[in-house]
Design a protein. Structure first.
Length: 410
């Protein structure tokens, strides 16, 4: 593997396809120190494409952990003013928001989950223009991965550190199609591959979806009227097409926040802010979680659910067949960006305005009335198994197979 050559191709792909940068735009990159080689190439590529300014907000997971272990709670309930000025300013000026993830999946294991959730709540309160810019289609945003020694050793524990990093880069490059002759063109074709199934699902306008598998998932999701299935990328309100997640294999929608009933079991571990949550289940009644349990990380799971009123409801349902490239690699990344693209998943919390007709022009109150959930949380977890079945039920009671044995049934 020619690492440097592939990193250059990756950086070009991120800027050109993921971010679709336009001349004169600003870009804010959030990244850990371990991702520096990729970050530098992305910055160089962004300027070569005409970026006006590129700002990198660096982080270090060791320093971050020391902060959580030693600082009082008030430091986490009060978001730093300088960071809010930076993020809100970039959003208001139409800048691109790029996150490059490379942290150890268990970097924050043992940290007080209340501090982790307090940080999330405080950031969403202080940076409302920043988050609204992404949620309501005003800003291009993109999340990608970069291999680091700590993360690589979690994924490939039996390898030497050097071998593990090499294998993780190889897996990342394959997942994002960097190992193709023309990655940008490959993503154009990937985008088009979603269109036929999206059109079918949107034409059907199912009233509800029924999920069942052998590990105990038996849950029904009501769907909002005039819902829209998305996937393959997103578009800003002014028509700029971009890819929020690289990789992406999902076709997704937002369920009606008040009409979820039944129990869902996790199929893969969830890494949340450096804490691993595993073997967990959630039971819903009339849209709300009424009970939960986890073999590992239960306290953190409960803190996520308690984030706010909306974190007790669902904001997303995503369809990914077991035949996806990431699933077929049989690599557990311990990273939601990658693992969610290996299996069908739900998300606790915030729903997507673009998943209901006219949603990007609605107020928060109008979205709630339309069934779209509102929350400062949005936490994906995987439920897809090789035997998962999903059945769509129309308003007149017709049952249509969507998934059988973990793959598309149409």
């Amino acid at each position: 593997m020619d690492l440097q050559e592939n990193l250059k191709k990756y950086a070009h792909l991120i800027v050109k396809a993921g971010c679709n940068l336009k001349k004169g735009q600003e870009m804010l990159i959030s990244a850990g120190l371990e991702a520096a080689p990729l970050v530098r190439l992305v910055v160089e590529e962004a300027y070569s494409e005409g970026a006006k300014d590129v700002v990198v907000a660096w982080s270090d997971e060791c320093v971050t952990r020391l902060h959580y272990e030693n600082s009082p709670m008030e430091c986490f309930t009060n978001f730093p003013e300088w960071r809010a000025v930076l993020e809100n300013g970039i959003a208001k000026r139409g800048g691109i928001i790029l996150s490059i993830m490379s942290d150890d999946p268990q970097a924050m294991a043992g940290v007080d989950p209340k501090k982790l959730l307090a940080t999330s709540k405080a950031s969403h309160a202080a940076c409302k223009p920043f988050f609204d810019g992404m949620n309501f289609g005003h800003n291009v945003w993109c999340i990608v991965g970069a291999a680091s020694p700590a993360w690589a050793k979690r994924v490939f524990p039996d390898c030497t550190e050097e071998e593990a990093v090499s294998k993780l880069w190889e897996a990342i490059f394959h997942a994002v199609r960097v190992d193709t002759p023309d990655p940008v063109a490959a993503w154009g074709a990937h985008r088009r591959s979603f269109e036929q199934r999206r059109a079918y699902l949107n034409e059907k306008q199912f009233d509800k979806l029924v999920y069942r598998n052998s590990i105990g998932t038996d849950i029904t999701l009501g769907m909002p009227k005039n819902h829209i299935w998305q996937g393959g990328g997103s578009e800003t309100v002014d028509g700029v097409y971009f890819f929020p997640n690289m990789p992406t294999e999902e076709i997704f929608c937002t369920p009606d926040r008040t009409r979820t009933n039944g129990t869902v079991h996790s199929a893969l571990p969830l890494s949340f802010q450096g804490v691993l949550i595993d073997d967990f289940s959630l039971t819903y009644k009339d849209g709300r979680i009424v009970s939960c349990s986890a073999a590992k990380g239960e306290d953190t799971l409960k803190e996520i659910i308690a984030t706010d009123d909306g974190s007790k409801m669902l904001g997303e349902c995503a369809l990914i067949p077991k035949q996806s490239p990431i699933s077929e690699m049989s690599v557990l990344f311990y990273n939601t960006l990658f693992d969610e693209n290996a299996a069908c998943h739900f998300a606790i919390g915030m729903g997507f305005p673009e998943c209901v007709k006219g949603g990007l022009e609605m107020t928060t109150e109008q979205l709630l009335e339309a069934g779209i959930n509102d929350s400062s949380a949005h936490v994906d977890f995987m439920l897809g198994t090789p035997d998962l079945s999903i059945t769509g039920v129309t308003a007149n009671g017709e049952e249509v197979p969507l998934f059988r044995d973990g793959g598309w049934a149409f």
